[in-house]
Design a binder for this molecule. Sequence first.
Ligand SMILES: Cc1ncc(COP(=O)(O)O)c(C=O)c1O
Length: 411
Amino acid sequence: MALVTSFPVVRSAPIPVAGRVGNFSYAIRNIVAEAQRVEAAGTRVRYLNVGNPPPFGFQPPGHMIDAVVRAMRDGENGYGPSPGIPAAREAVAAEYTRRGWSVTADRVLVTAGTSEGIDLALSALADIEGEVLVPLPTYPLYTAVLAKLGARARFYRTDPQRGWEPDLEHLETVVTPATRALVVIDPNNPTGASYSIAARRALIAFAERHGLVILADEVYGDLGYDGPVAPLGSLEPEAPVLSFSSLSKGYVAPGWRTGWIAVGQSPRLDDLLSALKKLADGRLCSTMPMQHAIAAALNGDRAHQAAFRAALKSRAEVTVAMLRAIPGITCSEPAAAFYVMPKVALPPGRTDEDYVLGLLKATGVLCVYGAGFGMAASDGYLRIVFLAPPEELREIYQLMGDFTADYLARS
Ligand SMILES: Cc1ncc(COP(=O)(O)O)c(C=O)c1O
């Protein structure tokens, strides 16, 4: 018998998508579509929008690659335990413990990068309409995931006049009874800041006063120009801290999508740890062969990190010197990682996006506008990723200088 349906068949209507997608925004990649149009029209695009070291010649050390290849050849291609393989969890715990924050392997989860760790932690913490304190400017994944969850980001300012340190007075004004967590990104993307010990202690004290868990994004912890930055938890081992990191930045393997969450020893975190493990069960496990690189990375030779830090420091120096020489641009000095967030003194009525798109179309230089990190569009901030070689950076800043002079004169 033929199946009869009373529903009209509408073949032309688009399949509707969920409303939450409208609130999910990740400017770092959204802007690429515009760059591709510029490229198609014949202009060479300089991609200064993504913090992705390998295309600029920074590659993971051989012993990490060997560990992954060996794992694949040894048949480690099946699913594994959802919190991660014991060797990786132990290596992560030992690494934090060596750096002054005592963590045990049973409180480590291996994740698909810091990104999955952030998603798992926010999912475990924030109910619909729950609030999470996020630095301004922020790495946009926090606001995107909170939007997806139906929860709210409440921004606390960081201060460009003081090297982008957190504004502790402002922080006190944004906490409410609905607040569930404090996000601390240190060293910071998008500003390149590395916080003072006093600021770090004050953030811990604030979280303790308000009974909040700290989500410490420490993915750039190995990339302080003066050497690795101690984990936040090392300042106060009993504080309720989760640390997130990965092989993406300090070990230059972002495409491997391999990272971890370390959960502090405080028993106050036990329920959260169980919730994270429960959520992690649902995605079975993170990439198995790459997990074998974690112990190789953390227990192996780190000579590449010293070289990487030195390369970043010299790029930061070129960047700051040349940007500061452009009339209309101010810029604070980064202390870690490969980002800087200069400010253009925009004429009234102009936005950061207008400047960035104008720069892209005129010169092929692609940065991300500050509004993509939560800043007011009229403030004129943009983020630059300075991984390109210093000679190329010089050319790029020359192009920016010429464009900016013209842009400000025209407006
Ligand atoms: C502050 C911050 N957190 C998290 C991530 C995501 O890193 P991963 O590759 O470990 O997912 C990035 C990537 O740029 C970042 O800058």
